[in-house]
Design a protein around this ligand. Structure first.
Ligand SMILES: Cc1ncc(COP(=O)(O)O)c(C=O)c1O
Length: 458
């Protein structure tokens, strides 16, 4: 009896209390568990999640090297907001955004201002709030009303901008994308803006398809508006993905602070910045573009601490891992990593385009993301939702979803190639893809349509 007891204490046998019995799920258990029992239960439940490496839907990093993982664990207890307790982490945060300001051609990176955030969503909220506050100050100074701010967005913006408009009472003015204007490109922008427009959002790497919006053309259209009407409308670039791709793969593309009209830019450290979630960055070209009254100064953590954030406490480890990645990879390393992803994306896009049912929306040459649709009238028997379900049986997550309003009758499927989707893994994916397409092609009757859920991942 005692030998059995010992072995049970030493090894999880899936036979002791908590393993052989059920643990309550929605009320706090009445008493403690052994740590290894509790660990095993949580570990096993987490195992039921999908395999993140096979998720071709998400933009968010799913692979870290061993040193990143080590740093992440070593520093998990640092609270980023506590800059008095962790001054070195705070200094490293500043170094990171200064590096980004330089990478994005801020005229004087030392005169820029930026911060890390939990992701691009928070970064976009802060960018939007600064636009709104500047507009408000200007209007109040001129004795004009401030009750009806609006912002100009592509109909294909990420949901964080809809949240910004909803949470902070700004009217969204969506410019619909269409087959002629596949992205917001400045066309007809004059008919959307007025004296209540706080800014225009340009997206570098549209979530639906991965395409870049031509920030330079948008800025030129707004220059035109200014010369005719006197309205000086700033641009915020939502470079959630492209901010960490374009500097390396399209260095000649002018989308950043080289364009004077660009006042702020955000990116996700946890997407092509190659850090695990959650980390974002937002940077303003110069300090005067971030109204001082958005910055809070707190003294209760010791010292005089500026706080510009929607959250307060947040882990510092992602910032330290971002710095590690900057040191580890440098410019050439980031270029190599992003080029490898782009090559895999363009290869996959070419192979999918070669199959007769499909036509590409784009080819993965902007960010390593591409989307395709079923050729019009190709078949009544199956659609991209069925293909998505079939791929899921192999573990691959490749969402199908409708395009935004105006194009919502068009269903696309999208692949996001991230660091970690090697050419070898891509070949395995293609083998499964081709065999599932052959299966669907062999059907002589239409598959039922019920149960299809549009899947869309940001
Ligand atoms: C263009 C764009 N903006 C904002 C976001 C939101 O980013 P996050 O998930 O970092 O909050 C995404 C996410 O995919 C995005 O693609």
């Amino acid at each position: 009896m005692s030998a059995r007891k010992d072995s049970i204490a030493l090894n999880p046998l899936f036979a002791r209390p908590g393993e052989a019995t059920e643990i309550p799920r929605f009320v706090l258990p009445p008493r403690e568990s052994l740590p290894d029992t509790a660990y095993q239960i949580v570990h096993d439940e987490a195992m039921l999640d999908g395999n993140a490496r096979l998720n071709l839907a998400t933009f968010v990093g799913t692979w870290m090297d061993d040193y990143s993982a080590r740093l992440y664990l070593e520093t998990a207890d640092k609270n980023l907001v506590d800059k008095d307790e962790y001054p070195q982490t705070a200094a490293i945060e500043t170094r990171c955004w200064r590096m980004l300001a330089d990478l994005w051609h801020a005229p004087e990176p030392a005169a820029s201002i930026g911060t890390s955030t939990i992701g691009s969503s928070e970064a976009c909220m802060l960018g939007g709030l600064a636009l709104k506050r500047r507009w408000r100050h200007r209007r109040l100074a001129a004795g004009e009303p401030v009750d009806r701010p609006n912002i100009i967005l592509s109909s294909a913006v990420q949901v964080c901008w809809e949240k910004f408009c909803n949470y902070f009472d700004v009217e969204p003015r969506y410019v619909p994308i269409s087959s002629e204007h596949r992205v917001l490109d400045g066309h007809d922008i004059a008919s959307y803006v007025d004296e209540n427009t706080i800014g225009v959002v340009a997206i570098l790497g549209v979530t639906y398809t991965g395409m870049y919006e031509p920030v330079k053309a948008i800025a030129a259209a707004l220059d035109n508006v200014e010369s005719r009407t006197g309205l000086d409308i700033p641009v915020h670039v939502d470079a959630a993905s492209g901010g960490m791709v374009a500097p390396f793969l399209q260095p000649e593309l002018e989308w950043d602070f080289r364009l004077e009209r660009v006042s702020s830019i955000n990116t996700s450290g946890h997407k092509y910045g190659l850090v695990s979630p959650g980390l974002g960055w937002v940077i303003w070209r110069s300090q005067d573009l971030l109204p001082e009254d958005l910055i809070f100064r707190v003294s209760y953590l010791g010292g005089d601490m500026p706080s510009l954030a929607l959250n307060f406490s947040r882990p510092g480890s992602q910032v330290l891992v971002q710095y590690y990645q900057f040191l580890r990879l440098g410019f050439a390393g980031y270029r190599a990593v992003q080029a490898a992803s782009r090559d895999v994306a363009m290869y996959l896009a070419g192979e999918i385009a070669a199959l007769s049912p499909f036509e590409l929306w784009n080819d993965g040459s902007d960010i390593p993301v591409f989307a395709w649709s079923l050729r019009h009238g190709y078949t009544e028997n199956w659609n991209l939702y069925h293909l998505s379900d079939r791929l899921r049986m192999h573990g691959w997550q490749v969402p199908a979803y409708p395009m935004p309003p105006n194009l919502q009758d068009l269903t696309v499927q999208r692949i996001v190639v991230r660091n970690g989707l090697s050419r070898d893994l891509a070949e395995s994916f293609l083998a499964d893809f081709r065999s599932e397409v052959s299966y669907l092609e062999s059907l002589s009757h239409p598959l039922p349509l019920e149960g299809q859920q549009p899947g869309f991942s940001h």
